[in-house]
Design a protein around this ligand. Sequence first.
Ligand code: IMP
Ligand code: MG
Length: 173
Amino acid sequence: MKGEKISVMYSEEQVNERIRELAAQINEDLNGESVKLVCILKGASFFACELAKRLTIPVYMDFMYVSSYGNGTESSGNVRITKDLESPIEGENVLIVEDIIDSGRTLAYLSDEFRDRGAKKVMICTLLSKPDRREVEVPVDYIGYVIPDRFVVGYGLDYAQKYRNLPYIGAIE
Ligand code: IMP
Ligand code: MG
């Protein structure tokens, strides 16, 4: 498992510019209200930090670790929280920050979960979306890039835990 060929899909400069645009939109939409960013580990960590740095509204950050277990690489839809939030989200504006939406199962589960916990508003912001792979519809408020069905790495995204640290988004050839 070495030497996958990776081609640049979005450069570091392009991604940073896109995050700046997303943040501007969120600042405008939240209009001075505070927001709790829920970063879904590990993949969304780079994106969540870069996004948070560009928000001008009051920001609180929390982190959650989820795993969807099933047979092999396909997510089964059985989403399990393996590291929960530090604090309650009742009455808060929650912005779930995710690296990529594939089947949609993780985010469908989490939006329901956060609504059950009494969040005032649950919004979703994802760096990438692969609509061709969707199995469950989930309303997404902010999307960095809509991409075709290709396996991507970098900017937090991994292939077997590798390549998260690439500063750009690349596709495995
Ligand atoms: P979903 O529940 O099927 O939407 O799963 C989304 C999760 O699958 C993401 O948080 C990633 O961890 C993983 N994933 C899906 N596609 C890719 C990819 O192209 N590269 C890296 N991880 C991916
Ligand atoms: Mg993930």
